[in-house]
Design a protein around this ligand. Structure first.
Ligand code: NAD
Length: 244
């Protein structure tokens, strides 16, 4: 038997990048996995793909109900969907702040809230959120993104405290720069993408980007009963970047 046999997982943003790697890892471990994504058509066919916008409460409630209706239970929620923002506090206006915080922070509260009635019935309930190296390193010109990911760390602890006695564990992962379509898009917009990629690799403490599968392995640990004594904490998967 496998560690996630009989369990149902939701992965938001599960159609691309880190979320797709997490969904694959949980599925390979025996879970039934629903990918909630703006772009469900891009999800791997092994997943139950549901169109959802984590920035919209009605959409989230419909999607979570669809997963519960399809699989009959929800044990694991991975709040991974997120969007980027560049700039200092002078570069993003209030609408941009509201848009990013709505997805990156409130989205986590929304999806977890909708899933709580199911998580309360699970013997193996776990929530894992995707924060970022941005939350712990002082990145320049990333004020809004950094604030949103710092809030993910704090929200993780708050949710862990609130749901401790219900047997629902809540943790997060802090990836460093990972090799995903998101980062690919940023590189492609450079004048010389190959040179930019080489420079980006060289800026990593271990000389390369983080593999999405490495983040997925950390998420799988935090989602599994193997981490049953761990809640309210985070695992950095960043090659040591936060130590620089
Ligand atoms: P990605 O752009 O490759 O994939 C993100 C997925 O989320 C896409 O499938 C997209 O459709 C979906 N999505 C976006 N907004 C959504 C919404 N409102 N509702 C539902 N789905 C939505 O990105 P990625 O690089 O895999 O990043 C995934 C997560 O990891 C994000 O939270 C990001 O902040 C975080 N992260 C990424 C890196 C990195 O270097 N790539 C580093 C640290 C943290």
């Amino acid at each position: 038997s496998q560690e996630f046999d009989g369990l149902v997982a939701i992965v938001t943003g599960g159609a691309s990048g880190i979320g797709a790697a997490i969904a694959k890892r949980l599925h390979d471990g025996g879970a039934k996995v629903a990918a909630l994504d703006l772009n469900p058509d891009a999800a791997d066919p092994s997943l139950f793909a549901v169109a959802a916008n984590v920035g919209d409460d009605a959409s989230v409630r419909d999607a979570v109900a669809a997963v519960a209706g399809h699989f009959g239970r929800i044990d694991i929620v991975v709040n991974n969907a997120g969007i980027g923002a560049q700039g200092t506090i002078e570069d993003n206006n209030d609408d941009e702040w509201a848009r990013v915080l709505n997805v990156n922070v409130i989205g986590i509260a929304r999806v977890t809230r909708a899933a709580l009635p199911y998580l309360r019935q699970s013997e193996a309930a776990a929530v894992v959120n995707t924060s970022s190296i941005a939350a712990t390193a002082g990145l320049q010109a990333r004020a809004l993104y950094t604030a949103s990911k710092g809030a993910v760390l704090s929200l993780t602890r708050a949710m862990a405290a609130d749901h401790l006695r219900e047997g629902i564990r809540v943790n997060c992962v802090n990836p460093g720069t990972a090799d995903t379509p998101w980062v690919g898009r940023l590189l492609d917009s450079a004048v010389d993408p190959a040179a930019e990629r080489a420079a980006l690799n060289a800026r990593q403490p271990h000389g390369r980007l983080v593999a999405p599968s490495e983040v997925a392995d950390a998420v799988a640990y935090l989602a599994s009963p193997r981490s049953g004594s761990t809640t309210g904490t985070s695992i950095a998967v960043d090659g040591g970047m936060q130590e620089l």
